[in-house]
Design a protein around this ligand. Structure first.
Ligand code: 26Q
Length: 766
């Protein structure tokens, strides 16, 4: 199809649906028409991919979250028509940048949800038969505003202006049985467009609806409210994405969501099995199901329920389950592992609770270990037992999985445990968001790296001759981000300063708190003259906190207080500036990551399973300022210790640390004492005591944890040293550019293309 035919089609759709021409269409009308024109165009390829996959073995990704981000530019990019579309529209007097107003599809919290999206992208690009199942939340992750230095949550009504990238498949709706009332699960299909591959995967998202749209009997009896409440009760199940990225147990609604996801998805696969005329025993040879954390782990007992209903014995159903499912673990922090009360499970689906008990018994018979304990189902144990493979998401994390949380299970089933280091898609996180760097790389090594990232290695011999151009590109991306930030937050920053970037969900273990305290110490050093020639730096933060995570919200408040203080200080503002970028999401990530000079990855060793922003920043030429944790370990192994800034205690040291005494450090180090005490000495207003609570947590601990349980004070001085080393290194622009480019050239391993290929080969046997 030619570009002008395509635009003509969009014009027709616009005319039919809005009676408008391109020039007088609003951003959303244009978005809708253009997207629908693309949907028409890809329809044949989508159908062909689907038909082809129906013939053989394939894998499905089961995930409660998919953080797809803004779809339109990515989809045009993967169809390889983005530039053309932009030019054609410009000729017609329309600026494609209008679509910057279109919202993200944020059906995910953070890393785990974005990982799912990256894997679908890679599979479509490389023609691996992988499709996704998820939930179509009415409201995605909340939008964040900052008011009086605090996070305020605003609902994300992402379909308000329609959802042109989805197709409702009413004919494929299924019934999900629950004790609280059966629910209709209606699938909406989204295309996942492979980059220049002509292959289109399917993301099938289930929406909860009432079995009867309207209960006429009640309605006729004038019980309108009751009639409506039945309908609402069903629809509530997919009303909102849980905004936690860690455990908040006991919630019946969360169990309903998880159950609906797996029941509907398995029923859908069974329908396809029947269509192929295959018996149940063939299921594992046709479908492999990857559990994205334990959120879909009820799939195991649900499979048994469905298989028994088809006349298979429990034992055989369990054996089949163990050949169908595999489990990806994303955390070793024991408090973050899901456990559900058996009573709550029973109140949603008694059969699932019953099957869990039977699986527990079988497991105890087989290996002596239990799944249900103290009336609680340990979902990670279920996932390990019911799967043929269990994987961690980075080397160090997979080792810790075997040595710590699942040690006993590893001893019983050593052959199950493998590693698949996470990856990211270079299409969205380089090609699309950093076309300037992409052009520069292409000019030296061609464009093969866009589908084969290890080709970046070919840059190595060219690095000397690229430094100047790299620095220009980086400066341009910083200029662009500065312009965006002016509009987004009304803040002005200089592209001539260092952009020091920490972007990720807000968590105590991620230590944004350490970053903030460290900035206060740098400020003290600049003020008292002990730090000289400090290269001007903008410290950028982007982070959402779970709405109920009180301490995380206090940290956001602290960062904004520190920002106000420093940015208002005549002397300090000459060399430092602190900015909290509101509403960090996929779209903001695509703007800030290409502009970053330094990548902050500062979790205590052994806590961050992998991290993926570290990979995105590396790929865009930002050296890592980080600990020996998660995928940082592998980043440094690939790009060289000398091209990054690694600090802090190693995992062995932290594990061996018996009587950690942060108060001793506080008392022995005046610099540390000074910044910690700003939390309680009136430096910042603290009307609700949140800052004092942070101070307490560091020095006295709390009912549920020891003092400074994330070792901020332990790593503090070595962090400061690394920060200053990086600050000084930045002055040597040539050497700095070399470090950046060595990171880019060695980022090949961190493509999600490699990761899905490993899943396909090691786990799914595709
Ligand atoms: C659980 C129960 C109830 C409600 C919510 C949840 C929940 C939701 C989301 C628990 C955890 C999450 C998300 C976790 C997550 O994003 N983990 C990150 O996964 C990345 C991809 O593997 C890793 O790179 C990060 O290290 C890890 O923190």
């Amino acid at each position: 199809m030619t570009a002008s035919e395509r635009i003509a089609r969009a014009e027709e759709i616009l005319l039919a649906e809005h009676r408008k021409s391109l020039r007088d269409a609003s951003a959303y009308e244009l978005h809708s028409a253009l997207s629908k024109a693309c949907m028409l165009e890809i329809a044949p390829a989508w159908r062909a991919t689907e038909a082809r996959r129906a013939e053989g073995k394939r894998a499905v990704y089961l995930s409660a979250e998919y953080l797809m981000g803004r779809l339109v530019f990515n989809n045009l990019y993967c169809m390889d028509i983005l530039d053309q579309a932009r030019e054609m529209l410009l000729e017609k007097g329309v600026d494609l940048a209008l679509l910057e107003e279109v919202e993200d599809t944020a059906l995910g919290n953070g890393g785990l949800g974005r990982l799912a999206a990256c894997y679908l992208d890679s599979a479509a690009t490389h023609d691996l038969p992988l499709d996704g199942y998820g939930l179509r939340y009415r409201f995605g992750l909340f939008k964040q505003k900052i008011e009086n230095c605090r996070q305020v949550e605003v609902p994300d009504d992402w379909t308000r202006y329609g959802d042109p990238w989805s197709v409702r498949r009413d004919e494929l709706a299924v019934v999900v049985p629950m004790k609280t009332g059966d629910v209709r699960a209606v699938p909406y299909d989204m295309p996942v467009i492979g980059y220049k591959s002509g292959k289109i995967s399917t993301l099938r998202l289930w929406q909860a609806e009432s079995l009867q749209e309207l209960d006429f009997r009640l309605f006729n009896e004038q019980k309108y409210r009751l009639a409506a409440s039945r309908k609402n009760q069903a629809e509530d199940i997919t009303k909102v994405l849980y905004p936690n990225d860690t455990l908040k147990a006991g919630k019946q609604m969360r169990i309903k969501q998880q159950y609906m996801l797996v029941s509907a998805s398995l029923q859908d696969m069974l329908r396809q099995l029947d269509a192929m005329g295959q018996p149940l025993e063939k299921f594992p040879d046709l479908f492999q199901a990857q559990l994205n954390d334990t959120h879909p782990s009820m799939g195991i007992p649900e499979w048994i329920r469905l298989a028994e209903a088809r006349g298979v014995s429990f034992d055989q159903a369990l054996d089949l389950a163990k050949r169908i499912f595999s489990y990806t673990n994303h955390t070793v922090m024991p408090e973050a592992l899901e456990r559900w009360d058996m009573d709550v499970l029973s109140s949603v689906q008694p059969e699932i609770a019953r099957n869990l008990r039977r699986i527990d018994e079988a497991c105890r018979r087989e290996c002596g270990l239990g799944i249900v304990e103290d009336h609680q189902a340990h979902m990670a144990r279920l996932a390990v037992y019911g799967s043929h493979h269990v994987n961690g998401v980075a080397e160090i994390h997979s080792e810790l999985v075997k040595k710590t949380v699942f040690r006993e299970w590893y001893e019983k089933f050593p052959e199950k445990f493998v590693n698949v280091t996470n990856g990211i898609t270079q299409r969205r996180f380089l090609g699309l968001c950093n076309p300037e760097l992409t052009v520069l790389i292409k000019s030296r090594i061609g464009d093969g790296f866009l589908t084969d990232l290890p080709q970046l290695k070919n840059l190595l011999p060219h690095i000397d001759g690229m430094k100047e151009e790299f620095l220009q590109v980086k400066h341009e991306k910083k200029r662009r981000f500065a312009a965006f930030l002016k509009g987004h937050a009304g803040v002005e920053i200089s592209p001539d300063w260092i952009f020091d970037v920490q972007v990720k969900r807000l968590h105590e273990y991620k230590r944004q708190f350490l970053n903030a305290l460290s900035i206060l110490d740098l400020a003290n050093g600049v003020r008292d003259g002990s730090i000289r020639d400090f290269y001007p730096t903008v410290f950028l933060f982007g982070a959402k906190s779970a709405p109920g995570y009180v301490r995380a919200k206090s940290i956001i408040y602290l960062i904004n207080c520190v920002a106000e203080k420093i940015n208002a200080d005549e002397q300090l503002r000459e060399v430092m500036q602190v900015v909290f970028v509101p509403n960090y999401n996929c779209t903001v990530a695509e703007k800030i990551i290409p502009a970053a000079d330094l990548s902050e990855q500062i979790s205590p060793a052994g806590t961050e399973a992998s991290g993926t922003s570290n990979m995105k920043l590396m790929l865009n030429g930002a050296p890592t300022l980080g600990t020996y944790d998660g995928a940082n370990v592998e980043i440094v192994a690939e790009a060289g210790m000398e091209n990054n800034f690694i600090f802090g205690a190693r995992v062995e040291e932290l594990q061996a640390l018996r009587d950690y005494n942060p108060r001793a450090i506080y008392e022995a180090e005046p610099r540390i004492r000074k910044v910690v005490d700003t939390l309680v000495d009136g430096t910042f207003p603290d009307p609700d005591g949140g800052l004092r609570e942070l101070w307490e947590a560091l020095l006295n601990g709390a009912s549920w944890h020891r003092p400074d349980h994330h070792f901020l004070l332990k790593d503090f001085l070595s962090y400061q040293e690394a920060r200053l080393t990086a600050n000084r290194a930045y002055r040597d622009r040539q050497h700095w550019a070399e470090m950046c480019l060595k990171n880019v050239a060695n980022a090949g391993k961190f493509s999600s293309d490699r990761a899905v290929e490993e899943y396909a080969r090691i786990i799914w046997d595709l």
